[in-house]
Design a protein around this ligand. Structure first.
Ligand code: NAP
Length: 280
């Protein structure tokens, strides 16, 4: 079973929420962590807190959608630590709005961050993992990768894409000793909602005939807060995957995520939509 102590793990989206909690958990367990996100001040503060001496934590600020920044992240990791044992593809955000009115450019941007950049960074890391004879790629998907909701289908479809990508990659990389897993968080209290508001407010301000339905969507989110998890619920799954010889193909957390996914699996589509009020 791989030990976490000493592993070199790149975490994207480490400036807040699930990525930050993952960095804390892995650093506590003795991993050498490489933090990446756009907000350099946050990364630097976290790096100083986790490792004041700077020996085991590296912060490399950058935009995951920039090819140059992705390259810099991988080069800096190899220059400092000489290897890459884990890649946690966590950076992501959501775009809300009815498909009819979300500009295609906004949809492209969401796919660029959540899907294409994840693929491109993974492509950069894999030659190193194969050469080492192993490694672990952890993709942060979502319950929304199985359950698409009205007014959220842009984001939800990015997470659906990760389901297929992760499954295909897992089989391709098995012969090289590289393990691949998908984590499906349910609702976790992070800055996700604020980031989604920032990405979507302009779109929702002109929702026209869809206006009356927006309030219902917000109420749905507020109701979910009662069962929401904390970022460490997901960090815990990342740790389990990184220390396993044979990680589960998927980890679902917290508890409400397991229930939603079980119902989705068990029930016919229309009954499921009726029960969870997806109004399909
Ligand atoms: N919270 C939930 O309920 C939930 C549920 C299911 C799945 N997820 C997934 O979990 C992941 C983490 O989200 P979170 O909940 O922790 O939200 P969050 O607090 O908003 O964190 C998102 C992270 O992604 C980074 N990021 C966004 N765009 C980026 C870009 N272009 N380049 C580099 N970094 C970027 C942000 O950093 P900067 O802004 O500093 O760049 C931030 O560190 C996402 O993939 C999300 O889809 C979340």
């Amino acid at each position: 079973m791989p030990q976490l102590a000493g592993q070199v793990v790149i975490i994207t989206g480490a400036s807040s929420g699930i990525g930050e909690a993952t960095a804390r958990r892995l650093a506590r367990a003795g991993a050498r962590v490489v933090l990446s996100a756009r907000r350099q001040d946050r990364l630097d503060a976290l790096a100083r807190e986790l490792d004041p001496a700077g020996a085991a934590v590296l912060a490399v600020a950058g935009d995951v959608t920039s090819e140059a920044d992705r390259r810099r992240l991988v080069d800096a990791t190899l220059a400092k630590f000489g290897r890459i044992d884990g890649l946690v593809n966590n950076a992501g955000y959501g775009t809300r709005g009815p498909v009819e009115i979300v500009p295609v450019d906004a949809i492209r941007r969401n796919f660029e961050t959540n899907v294409f950049s994840l693929v491109a960074l993974t492509q950069l890391v894999l030659p190193t993992m194969r050469a080492q004879g192993g490694g672990c790629v952890v993709n942060i998907g979502s319950v929304a990768g199985r359950i698409a909701r009205p007014l959220s289908s842009v984001y939800d479809s990015t997470k659906h894409a990760l389901e297929a990508l992760t499954d295909g990659l897992r089989g391709e990389l098995r012969p090289f000793g590289v393990r691949v897993t998908l984590i499906r968080p349910g609702y976790i209290v992070t800055e996700f909602v604020q980031a989604a508001d920032a990405a979507s407010d302009g779109i929702l301000a002109n929702a026209g005939p869809y206006e009356p339905f927006l309030a219902g969507f917000r109420v749905g989110y507020q109701k979910l807060r009662r069962v929401a998890g904390v970022p460490d619920d997901i960090a815990c799954c990342v740790e389990r995957a990184l220390v396993s010889d044979n990680p589960a193909p998927r980890y679902n957390a917290p508890f409400h995520a397991k229930i939603f996914l079980l119902l989705k699996w068990l029930l016919p589509d229309r009954l499921f939509a009726h029960i969870v009020r997806l109004r399909k």
